[in-house]
Design a protein around this ligand. Structure first.
Ligand SMILES: Cc1cc2nc3c(=O)[nH]c(=O)nc-3n(C[C@H](O)[C@H](O)[C@H](O)COP(=O)(O)OP(=O)(O)OC[C@H]3O[C@@H](n4cnc5c(N)ncnc54)[C@H](O)[C@@H]3O)c2cc1C
Length: 505
């Protein structure tokens, strides 16, 4: 923990000294920001410090966007689950900077992710076992050597571990691509490398967690789409992940506290018109507002449904064609933390399944001396799925969703089906959420290559930021860095304009 608490934020400090050097005057300027997700909030916070008058228009009745901590019981501080973002990689320096800046560093706790806790379960190919037994229980069912002979005695186990990782963490499209690449050439390459490896390996080396570094090595050989996706897998399964104990919404809430009078909730932008020197914004279908400069953080999946006038054809093409992937999360508010009791002894981590639930995450462990003990209620992230798996779940009725998920979880936790175990549920399919229409823009799917410059390029005085405007998309970090890079653009432009104008005496 020490290294995450005592970092020097060198990269961030470099950015801010550049911004401050760009703003030599303190004339008040104004800007309208569309969306109060993390990108809109960070942009507003920084521009306000630079003496801008900011106004944020937010369609929904809450701030935070895709950072959404759902609370089942306001009296119980541990009765929450994350419907959106939940983990923060160590190397996401800008995200950690804002956690520090908001005084939230004491809330940082390690996030135990997938394949890290040996007591967690796998339910794959009809077999259920603990992670510690995966090599004997599950790997043989992949039958990699059924129709081919390997030169190395290790190839089959390595390939099984890789397949377990990709199957557990990827949407259907990626699982299929990996399967094809594996059989076309990755298995041969693996076998060739292992045959030349002279060291003896013990069983432990083949656990999914230990095989993960191999995925980084193979990544370079995979085709483009798979390579880009594997970057996500490697980051998501890193050992160096953190969370905010008490809920991720503490970050956007703390930033919003500095912007109290500047945020207008329930203000849905229904039209954007680019006029000569102004941007005209229509709010809730009937109210009009003119602004010199506007920063739009509305996801393109929503923006394409809004009336847009005066935009170039190129920009409209990008807005309409950016591919988004869906994601569904299902939270179960359980009457007690049965997974921590003697029968299971699971403290944090994730169980995985090739059934409809895919990934199930256990919450921060109870501390014996704290107010949340094993006997107290706890929130399971009972299912987290993306891509086609999410589309499937999203189309079911609420009743069908819950029954299906309970049935899948009960394969390793039968008590989930007892009558009073699940006291409440919260479900979100982000592709159906009116203000997001997807989990994130995707670089590994879609009709055209993801061109982040084209996505971000401003249209007259309308700028764009948000996770979709970053190569770190689908992360808070991408949303923040895209916002900061637009702050820089805006300040730079304003400074240039002011320097060109005759000085007022
Ligand atoms: C299921 C899921 C899991 C994730 N897990 C992680 C994780 O573990 N770690 C991580 O770092 N990141 C994670 N992310 C990604 C992260 O949450 C996002 O990248 C980030 O929060 C996006 O911020 P943003 O400001 O770009 O967009 P948003 O948060 O979507 O903000 C856009 C805002 O615009 C508003 N809006 C939309 N339409 C209009 C309109 N017409 N008028 C006015 N306002 C409008 C929305 O209500 C919203 O508040 C996850 C995301 C999801 C969905």
């Amino acid at each position: 923990m020490e290294k995450v608490l005592n970092r020097d934020f060198k990269k961030v400090r470099g950015y801010f000294s550049k911004i401050n050097s760009l703003n030599p005057n303190s004339l008040p300027k104004s800007i309208t920001i569309l969306g109060a997700g993390i990108s809109g909030l960070v942009a507003a916070y920084e521009l306000k410090k630079l003496n801008y008058e900011v106004k944020i228009l937010e369609a929904s009745n809450r701030i935070g966007g895709r950072i959404w901590t759902y609370r089942f019981d306001d009296e119980n501080i541990t009765a929450y689950g994350e419907l959106g973002a939940m983990r923060l990689p160590f190397n996401h320096e800008f995200t950690h900077y804002y956690i520090n800046e908001m005084g939230l560093q004491s809330q940082l706790k390690k996030f135990v992710t997938i394949f890290k806790n040996n007591e967690c379960f796998l339910d794959i190919k009809g077999k259920v076992c603990r992670l510690k037994d995966v090599i004997n229980e599950i790997y043989p069912s992949y039958e990699f050597s059924k129709n081919r002979k390997f030169k190395s005695k290790y190839t089959e186990r390595f390939a099984s571990a890789l397949k377990t990782i990709v199957d557990a963490m990827s949407p259907k499209e990626i699982r299929e691509l990996f399967e094809t690449d594996l059989h076309n050439y990755l298995l041969d390459e693996l076998d060739y490398s292992l045959e030349r490896c002279s060291i003896e390996l013990n069983d432990e080396e083949f656990s999914p967690n230990n095989v993960l570094p191999l995925l980084s090595k193979l990544r370079g050989r995979c085709e483009d789409v798979l390579r880009t996706y594997m970057r996500h897998i490697i980051l998501e399964s890193s050992s160096d992940l953190y969370q905010l104990a008490g809920g991720m919404n503490q970050l956007p809430d703390a930033i919003a506290n500095h912007l109290k009078d500047d945020i207008r909730l329930n203000a849905e932008v229904t039209g954007i018109s680019l006029e000569d020197n102004k941007v005209k914004i229509t709010i809730n279908g009937n109210e009009q507002l003119y602004s010199d400069t506007v920063l739009c953080t509305i996801p393109f999946s929503v923006l394409r449904e809004i009336k847009l006038d005066g935009f170039s054809k190129e920009k409209l093409d990008v807005i309409h064609n950016l591919t988004y992937v869906g994601a569904t999360k299902v939270l179960f508010y359980c009457k007690d933390r049965f997974w921590e009791k003697d029968k299971y002894q699971i403290k944090e981590g994730a169980s995985v399944s090739d059934r409809v639930i895919r990934q199930l995450y256990y919450p921060l462990a109870s501390q014996d001396n704290s107010s949340f003990k094993q006997e107290n209620p706890g929130v399971l992230l009972a299912s987290y799925v993306i891509g086609e798996d999410s589309t499937y779940l999203a189309e079911l009725s609420h009743h069908e969703q819950i029954n299906l998920i309970k049935r899948s979880v009960s394969r390793f936790h039968p008590e989930i089906e007892t009558e009073d175990m699940v006291q409440d549920v919260a479900v979100i399919s982000w592709e159906k959420h009116k203000w997001t229409r997807g989990c994130s823009g995707v670089m590994w799917l879609g009709r055209s290559k993801y061109n982040v410059e084209a996505v971000t390029k401003p249209e007259k005085k309308l700028y764009f930021a948000g996770e979709h405007c970053s190569m770190d998309n689908a992360w808070i970090e991408g949303a923040i860095t895209s916002a900061l890079s637009q702050v820089e653009e805006i300040v730079q432009l304003q400074t240039r304009t002011i320097l060109l104008e005759p000085s007022v005496v």
